[in-house]
Unconditional design. Structure first.
Ligand code: AMP
Length: 220
């Protein structure tokens, strides 16, 4: 096992980033940092910032870069993330965010790798419509395989549909992915950090594929 890892997960909404991030964080014993989960928690708190974030999220728009970068910088300065690394899920989503991340990580050696989960747009649209999530721990479920009484198996909270998994917001989020986030694939390929992983199949199989690719990279 690699002792800790600093990893970014890229992929369209619905590519399985949340599920894989959770599995990878258990595998490598590093924190899972999801900007979407952080923003949803803030939105549930009902604060002014939370209301503002919810407005962007429900419309499928991106939260402004300065807000996102501030939040992530704070998370990355915590002891666990500094000492052992992290799995970043949903960040960066723009060039500006990617450059800010590079600057923050420069003093401690930068990223180890960026995994891009490859799934067709047709498949993610289907997955998003069928997705149910635990608002507390972020675990993902499929509408056809819900846990007993809709209670999350990890934390016991009720599993729900996300407010932004509506047809309009899904369309907007995928358009923004192509426009703003997909160019990061080249950005990270140029830096020799990119691992493209087939994101279709059983989640455990996808984890195994990812870990194999990362192990091979750490040996080379
Ligand atoms: P996610 O859970 O990653 O799909 O994120 C849900 C929503 O949170 C997105 O549709 C955006 O509105 C917002 N969001 C999360 N991460 C970012 C980010 N890195 N940059 C801008 N907005 C973000």
């Amino acid at each position: 096992m690699i002792p800790g890892i600093r990893l970014v997960l890229l992929g369209k909404q619905g590519a399985g980033k949340g599920t894989q991030a959770l599995k990878l964080s258990r595998h490598y014993h590093v924190p899972h940092i999801s900007t979407g989960d952080m923003f949803r928690t803030e939105a549930r708190s009902g604060s002014d910032l939370g209301r503002e974030l919810k407005g962007y999220m429900d419309a499928g728009e991106l939260v402004p870069d300065d807000v996102v970068i501030r939040v992530v910088e704070k998370q990355l300065s915590t002891g666990a993330a500094r000492a052992r690394g992290f799995i970043l899920d949903g960040f960066p989503r723009t060039q500006l965010q990617a450059k800010a991340l590079e600057e923050v990580l420069a003093p401690f050696g930068g990223l180890d790798a960026v995994v891009s989960l490859e799934v067709s747009t047709e498949m993610v649209v289907k997955r998003l419509a069928a997705r149910r999530v635990c608002p507390k721990c972020g675990a993902n479920y499929n509408v056809d395989e819900l846990p007993e009484a809709n209670i999350c198996e990890n934390c016991g909270d009720e599993v729900v549909q996300r407010d932004d998994d509506t047809p309009d917001a899904i369309r907007r989020r995928l358009a923004l992915y192509e426009e703003q986030t997909a160019p990061l694939i080249e950005f990270y390929r140029d830096r020799d950090l990119l691992e493209e992983v087939d994101g279709v199949g059983d989640p455990q199989e996808i984890l195994d594929r990812t870990v194999r690719a990362l192990d091979a990279r750490s040996r080379s």
